[in-house]
Design a protein around this ligand. Structure first.
Ligand code: HEC
Length: 124
């Protein structure tokens, strides 16, 4: 019977692993799809971050940063883990929404948005 049940348990384990991967938070560099991220960006993010990603819009607290500042983007303090944390948990004092808690973005959407943020051409 072992031979008959083994493939089924392997399949179940793989389904469980796939589910775990889908729901666990990512870490490290985003492997998202920038084109898919852009579709969300132009609806939900563009008002504060500007169509060209240059930011500078201030509501309260800090203005939106420039994603076209190459020096800043290279700074390890602003790596993908930092960007991800901002999108998931927001920067409430500055008016940045905790998108990951609104139920409006799936973890994959957040990865796609991070990938899109990296497509803005540097200005300096
Ligand atoms: C209501 C205005 C507003 C909207 C809409 C908004 N943001 Fe922001 N966002 C901000 C502000 C302001 C900051 C700067 C926060 C700070 O540093 O204190 C920020 C910061 C960030 C950061 C940190 C970036 C960095 O380099 O420091 C990321 C990433 C980010 N936003 C992504 C997004 C994404 C993705 C969306 C759309 C799903 C979005 N934001 C929509 C206002 C907004």
């Amino acid at each position: 019977m072992r031979l008959r049940t083994a493939p089924r348990s392997v399949a179940l384990t793989m389904i469980a692993l796939a589910a775990l991967t889908a729901f666990s938070a990512s870490a490290g560099p985003s492997k998202g799809d920038a084109a898919a991220g852009k579709k969300i960006f132009v609806v939900k993010c563009v008002a504060c971050h500007k169509p060209d990603g240059s930011g500078g819009i201030k509501l309260t607290g800090n203005p939106t940063p420039s994603w076209r500042d190459a020096k800043r983007m290279r700074d390890p303090r602003y790596n993908d883990d930092y960007l991800r944390d901002c999108i998931v948990n927001g920067k409430l004092k500055s008016g940045m929404v905790a998108w990951g808690k609104t139920g409006q973005l799936r973890p994959a959407d957040i990865e796609n948005l991070i990938a899109f943020i990296h497509t803005f051409a540097p200005l300096k």
